[in-house]
Design a protein around this ligand. Structure first.
Ligand SMILES: *Cc1c(COP(=O)(O)O)cnc(C)c1O
Length: 367
């Protein structure tokens, strides 16, 4: 019995016939760039999310970068975000010459703490990037209220939360622009890199479509603006259309896995806490534990892979040294990064495996 952190091989076996035929279709038609599957996927996912527009692009990182560009973010601007996230969220801000301004997270959800945002706003602040960490949406009612009162835009980094919901509303529709990623390990992953931007503004959507293909204008080789090459491959769109047909069921299975873990582990670690009104994708199932390094070694010795999301908060990363933050600036983020541990999580994880993983964790603490 081998246990994977995320079992992509099993998933492929489950849908192999449909996926192979979809990929073969693209290869036979040789419609590799912007083939019909790309627009189809955009339409299907826009409908699912409830936004007027979905713009496919090359990665979740590009989605965030393009969303910031759609607001004209440039040197001197400040963008508020969380230090407890994957590097992309803040990296794109710096890449545009703007400054990430970090705000600590909520102890329970690990998402940006809305009550700390107001004090981080300056005359240079243009917007907020909220992250739906581990698949649970941030508190958008509170975040949007502050943003509206202060004239800021909000981008939802839904790289981990596509398929989740907040107060009954779908992830990626909760802010001015929603971004997601189809990196293979995400809940809805493709066979390489991919991403999508969701918005309801016609003007922003038109800009994003132009931006992703070299700033193209109405006719080929006419360029209205300085753009990028950030398209989603047709093959990836075809794979995603197949996987999306099974996605609702997969989210339910992820919820089942999370419920089983919770039941078996709640008394010996800090389990994930869902804020009321939230439905998570459980992109990761992360617990907070004592003696993490030794537990991780012990689990590994029993054939159980684990991962740490994320071992170092962004304000302490060498890449952000120039921002001048120091240890102690964001205590909750630092504490959580010191004891968080991700357990195997995917829709095909069977009850026997969950029981084995959980009893091995319990065994470690009995020693
Ligand atoms: C994965 C991820 C991204 C980046 O997505 P890529 O497709 O890998 O570029 C951005 N933000 C968060 C929170 C992520 O988990």
């Amino acid at each position: 019995m081998t246990i994977s952190l995320i079992d992509l091989k099993k998933q492929y076996q489950e849908y192999q016939k449909e996926i192979d035929s979809a990929v073969q279709g693209v290869v036979s038609a040789a419609s590799f760039i912007m083939g019909p599957e790309v627009a189809q996927l955009e339409q299907v996912l826009a409908t699912h999310v409830g936004c007027r527009h979905a713009v496919a692009c090359a990665s979740g990182t590009d989605a965030l970068l393009m969303a910031l560009k759609a607001y004209g973010i440039t040197a001197g601007d400040e963008i508020i975000t969380t230090p407890f996230t994957f590097i992309s969220t803040a990296e794109v801000i710096s890449l545009l010459g703007a400054k990430p301004v970090f705000v600590d997270i909520d102890t329970n959800t690990y998402n940006i703490n809305p009550s700390l945002i107001a004090q981080a706003i300056t005359s240079r602040t243009k917007g907020i990037i909220a992250v739906d960490l581990f698949g649970q949406c941030a508190d958008y009612d509170a975040i949007m209220a502050i943003a509206r009162a202060r004239g800021l835009f909000v981008i939802e980094d839904g790289a981990q939360s596509f398929g989740a919901s907040y107060q009954g509303r779908p992830a990626c529709s909760l802010a001015d622009i929603g971004c997601t990623s189809f990196f293979p390990a995400k809940p809805l992953g493709c066979f390489g890199d991919g991403g999508m931007i969701f918005c309801s503004s016609d003007e922003k959507a038109a800009y994003l479509r132009s931006l992703r293909t070299h700033g193209s204008g109405k006719t080929k080789y006419e360029h209205d603006l300085i753009g990028m090459n950030s398209r989603l491959d047709t093959i990836q769109a075809a794979v995603l259309l197949v996987k999306f047909r099974h996605f609702g069921k997969e989210i339910e299975e992820r919820e089942r896995v999370a419920a089983e873990y919770f039941h078996l582990l709640k008394d010996i670690c800090v389990s994930p806490v869902l804020a009321s009104g939230n439905r998570s994708t459980y992109a990761q199932y992360c617990i907070r534990v004592k003696d993490r390094a030794r537990l991780q070694e012990y689990l590994k010795s029993k054939g159980i892979p684990t991962a740490i999301y994320y071992p170092k908060a962004l304000h302490l990363q060498p890449a952000f040294k120039g921002l001048g933050y120091k240890p102690g600036d964001f205590l909750i983020s630092e504490q959580v990064s010191a004891d968080i541990l991700g357990l195997p999580m995917h829709p095909f994880l069977c009850t026997a495996d969950i029981e084995f993983i959980s009893s091995t964790v319990r065994e470690f603490y009995r020693q």
